[in-house]
Design a protein around this ligand. Structure first.
Ligand code: ATP
Ligand code: MG
Length: 563
């Protein structure tokens, strides 16, 4: 089946269904326009990928456009470093925006609109402290109290708003509020703040030109409107903001066109944190190696961990979009990676904890090239060759001197197949004074070379190996979950930083990998046979190979979901 057919037969998610309804009703002249609106205050994480796949996916599916809009209304936390990283990550996922916009592009238009609202008697300058305003908010069941400044003359508010923006009013002492309804059952209608003063931080694009900055609720919907967005898709926590979103649009709109806000459930994953504030703390306090630490849920972290864009898409397809909050088991993310890498990663041999195997009856100087199938799931992937010789490295735990009955690997008197090579019979081992095995011995049967006629003799176990003379040493980084508890943000007694998993990174030196891996380049995907999926770390160099473990082969998701 082609990709298109697959798309067509997949059932619609609820957002797509609503979009199709709008199209059928001929809303906005059948135009589809979405936006992805990150705040440039951190790197994108896998939760953002869910939003990106929705925003760009809708545009792609319905022949519309999706713009990238940086929601840069808070100069205190924002930076250009993040702008560049965000663009890179979106493109890595395979999407291209039509235009790049910044909410700061609309500072003038937003200002002008605020002035219109003041003139209409729908906004006023409040001189109370933030605490006083918060106290007057009331609760969902108790109406709020009106500010003493609520009914001040329009001229006064206009003059003060000007003064606020000239830097003549100290930060934190005045705000502009919409005048709506202090008794509304929707708390967001209780005279929401539209503007606050920020004078002590330059904006990354407008410098010190503005001294007042719009709040999210006043900037977002209007930006959508200025751009011509038809579907403004966001996460569920904004559902309660929607009436206010619509209220501002009502004040602004001059035709039938209006953007429609729709919400889906935010992605949460076990054993990690996804708030940018918390991730920034981990980075700044050196608790991880950076935003792209392979243990981070950031897209750059997952990339470095060995996730391909296809693996991310596979995961997003599996979780879907709903209207209720939940937390996704991280083993589903790992399962999606395995499923994708299984059909794309090249099979290679790597020995992580090497012990030498000497094949005593193999000629000293003989070398052979063995054919390794690159990917049994993908015939097109072809083969590569691996040298075989008298001395090999095998995994230490593939040998046991006194093995239990069901141990089908190397133990004296037992036969085992060396993957893609020969059947060998284990004959014994050598140990040092501490009892540690230093060499394992075996004899081989030349008639059993893989692929030779008559080589079909079956043995119970197959193990991997690399030729000791030819292998390359490598550093291998084994990553595990960053936190040791399912939901580190939930613990009321402990700070999330106390819940880090102390074993989330184990670095192995002197692993031995087959020489073919000399040509591997960063972010190539491999399956180390019998071990797991690995990628080449960007710090890797020809004389110092470094591999990161993406996931092990063992799938706890399928296991727990078959039970
Ligand atoms: P944080 O609270 O960590 O700063 P945010 O929601 O403020 O995150 P934004 O940069 O404002 O991050 O988000 C951009 C878009 O991505 C928004 O539309 C937001 O709804 C969406 N988004 C953010 N986090 C998630 C998530 N965990 N799951 C799904 N969508 C998300
Ligand atoms: Mg935000």
């Amino acid at each position: 089946m082609t990709e298109i057919n697959e798309q067509a037969t997949k059932s619609l998610n609820f957002i797509e269904a609503l979009v199709e309804e709008d199209l059928r009703e001929g809303k906005n002249d059948g135009r589809i326009q979405t936006r992805f609106p990150p705040e440039p205050n951190g790197y994108l994480h896998i939760g953002h990928a869910k939003a990106i796949c929705m925003d760009f996916g809708i545009a792609r599916k319905y022949n519309g456009i999706c713009n990238l809009r940086f929601d840069d209304t808070n100069p205190v936390k924002e930076d250009v470093e993040y702008v560049d990283a965000i663009m890179e990550d979106i493109q890595w996922l395979g999407y291209q925006w039509k235009n790049v916009y910044y909410a700061s592009d609309y500072f003038q238009q937003l200002w002008d609109f605020a002035v219109v609202l003041i003139k209409k008697g729908l906004a006023y300058v409040d001189e109370q402290s933030a605490e006083a305003i918060a106290k007057q908010k009331g609760s969902p069941t108790v109406p709020g109290t009106e500010s003493p400044f609520r009914n001040r003359p329009v001229e006064e508010s206009l003059a003060l708003f000007e003064k606020m923006n000239r830097g003549e009013i100290p930060q934190g002492t005045m705000v502009l509020r919409a005048k709506i309804d202090m008794a509304s059952s929707n708390m967001h209608f209780r005279d929401p703040i539209m503007y606050r003063i920020i004078t002590d931080h330059p904006h990354h694009r407008t410098g010190y030109a503005w001294k007042v900055y719009p709040m999210y609720d006043f900037a977002h919907g209007q930006s959508d409107y200025f751009e011509g967005v038809t579907h403004s898709i966001c996460t569920l926590e904004f559902e309660v903001h929607r009436p206010l979103y619509d209220w501002f649009i009502d004040q602004l709109k001059t035709s039938d066109y209006r953007p429609r806000q729709m919400e889906f459930n935010r992605l949460n994953i076990t054993y990690t944190v996804m708030s940018k504030r918390k991730m920034l703390q981990l980075v700044q306090e050196g608790l991880v190696a950076g935003w792209d630490d392979p243990r981070m849920p950031t897209l750059c972290g997952l990339r470095r961990r060995g996730f391909s864009p296809e693996a991310i898409h596979n995961f997003i397809d599996k979780i879907g979009y709903t209207k209720y909050e939940g937390i996704i088991d991280v083993s589903l993310l790992e399962h999606a990676a395995r499923e994708t890498l299984n059909v794309s990663a090249t099979r290679v041999s790597a020995v992580l904890d090497p012990v030498k195997l000497v094949i005593t009856n193999y000629p000293d100087d003989q070398e052979e090239m063995m054919e390794m199938v690159n990917n049994p799931e993908l015939e097109l992937a072809g083969i590569h060759e691996a040298p075989f010789s008298k001395e090999l490295w095998i995994e230490r735990d593939d040998f046991m001197e006194n093995a239990p009955k069901k141990y089908f690997r190397m133990t004296p008197g037992q036969e085992v197949r060396l993957k893609a090579a020969y059947i060998v019979m284990c004959t014994g081992c050598k140990k040092d004074e501490t009892g540690k095995v230093t060499e394992v011995y075996a004899t081989y049967d030349p008639e059993t070379r893989s692929g030779l006629p008559g080589s079909e003799r079956k043995v119970k176990g197959t193990i991997h190996w690399v030729s000791a003379k030819h292998s390359l040493s490598a550093e291998v980084r084994l990553y595990d979950r960053l936190f040791s508890v399912e939901n580190p943000s939930e613990d009321k007694d402990k700070d999330f930083r106390e819940l880090l998993n102390p074993d989330s990174l184990k670095v192995l030196q002197n692993c031995q990998v087959e020489p073919w891996l000399a040509m591997a380049t960063p972010l190539d995907h491999f399956q180390f046979q019998r071990i797991g999926y690995f990628t080449v770390d960007p710090d890797s160099a020809p004389d110092k190979l470094i591999f990161n473990r993406t996931v092990s082969l063992k799938d706890s998701w399928t296991k727990s979901n078959q039970a």
